[in-house]
Design a protein around this ligand. Structure first.
Ligand SMILES: Cc1ncc(COP(=O)(O)O)c(C=O)c1O
Length: 406
């Protein structure tokens, strides 16, 4: 290993959401129950989607050099910046993006909220596929739009699309937008070209705008291929909007920099106008440096991280098969988020939380937050040193066995 991903790096004192905060009835509160001083009582945080790996060394060096300069005034990207991103998408995914398609946003979630407001009206319906990353629901409902779910269906843990239901829902004239999660968080699917093509054709036939959130697109296990939605054909590019970012790929989420690609000029102008009217302009100076450097020098680091995540997943899958075969783990095709069906335990959501969080001190995302379709599931973040996965599995086993009468 060139990058020592096994190393546990303390995140204490960095205001890490994942490691230093807990969520109670009043939202996030500083707590740091993950501090080793709690010993066996310490909380293992395997929830929010960031990694416990240090980002590529080239990125750290570039940020240090930029910080040492000491002047952090307003900053703008040059052609080099766009070339780094375009080169990455071409090299990794075979899609030729043009610089003028790219709108820089301070995160994909802010972009989704802005696009809901830009391209739809209050009361309009927006299609999503639950269980899905919960801020999709918030972006729709908090802006006065209505969620329509084409719920995914699972067989032995592998999820697929109910296309009859998808077509029926897309045909509702009130449905104006489809927010696709590709690859899918939390179920780990990397959608095939055929699936994407079918979804796109149904949407276009019904004049539904496709917004494809591809933030996890670089984290693909080697047996699978990610197909950018906009790469399928010129029509797909012109009738859709894609979101990519270095944040998940290189563990840069705190630097708040992302790219929305809008090939159609009229759609692009609309979003730019909306953002101008909000005064959301420009780029974070450190976001610029880290993004450009990562997309230029990050390949070898990312390849190693993908292999390591795959090994974490295989460890977990084999541990569960040997020790807790009643729990069904979905295949991990993409992302670093594993999806575990705990319904065999027959616990309601409060009992599951009491078992995992209060008793075993395992901080996983509870599945119901991704929609009712996720009731009884948990999402476990595997972007961490193997030692944490090993400890989490041991704790999970102890907790589950404690439910059974001796
Ligand atoms: C599908 C998806 N979209 C967006 C985000 C967050 O994007 P950002 O931090 O750029 O707002 C996440 C983070 O987990 C995600 O899983």
């Amino acid at each position: 290993m060139a990058f020592n991903l096994d190393q546990e790096i303390s995140r204490r004192g960095t205001n890490s959401m994942k490691w230093e905060f807990e969520f109670g009835p009043n939202g996030a509160a500083y707590s740091d129950r993950s501090d080793p001083k709690y010993g066996a009582e310490r909380l293992l945080p395997m929830w929010v989607a960031d990694m416990d790996f240090r980002c590529p060394p080239a990125v750290v060096e570039a940020l240090v050099a930029r910080a040492q300069h000491g002047l952090f005034g307003y900053t703008a990207p040059t052609a080099d910046y766009y070339e780094a991103f375009i080169g990455w998408v071409q090299r990794r995914h075979g899609w030729t993006v043009q610089a003028d398609w790219v709108v820089i946003t301070p995160g994909v979630v802010p972009a989704l909220n802005m696009m809901v407001q830009t391209y739809t009206q209050p009361g309009d319906k927006i299609l999503i596929q639950r269980p899905v990353y919960h801020p999709f629901t918030f972006a729709i409902e908090n802006n006065g739009r209505v969620v329509v779910s084409n719920s995914l269906v699972a067989e032995n843990g592998r999820y697929s699309i109910d296309f009859d239901d998808f077509a029926a829902k897309a045909a509702d004239p009130d449905v104006k937008m489809f927010v696709l999660c590709s690859p899918h968080n939390p179920v780990g699917r990397v959608w095939t070209r055929e699936e994407l093509t079918r979804m796109g054709e149904i949407c276009f036939a019904n004049d539904v705008l496709v917004v494809s959130d591809e933030i996890h697109c670089d984290l693909i296990q080697p047996e699978y291929t990610f197909v950018p939605f906009g790469s399928i054909s010129d029509e797909f590019a012109q009738r859709s909007i894609s979101c990519m970012a270095p944040s998940k790929t290189f563990n840069l989420a705190g630097l708040k920099t992302s790219h929305v690609m809008i090939p159609d000029v009229a759609l692009r102008n609309k979003l730019n106008t909306f953002m101008n009217n909000l005064g959301v302009k420009g780029i974070n100076a450190f976001g610029l440096v880290s993004t450009q450097t990562a997309y230029t020098h990050g390949d070898a680091w990312l390849d190693e991280v993908i292999g390591y995540i795959g090994d974490n997943y295989r460890y977990m899958a084999s541990f569960l098969a040997d020790n807790l075969p009643q729990l069904c783990l979905s295949p991990l095709e993409g992302t670093y988020l594993s999806w575990l069906d705990c319904r065999a335990l027959e616990l309601d959501k409060d009992e599951l939380k009491a078992l995992l969080y209060d008793q075993a001190h395992l901080f996983f995302n509870q599945g119901y937050v991704f929609g009712n379709e996720g009731d009884g599931f948990v999402r476990i973040n595997l972007a961490c040193p193997r030692s944490l996965v090993v400890e989490a599995m041991d704790r999970l086993k102890t907790a589950v066995l404690s439910l059974q009468p001796a």
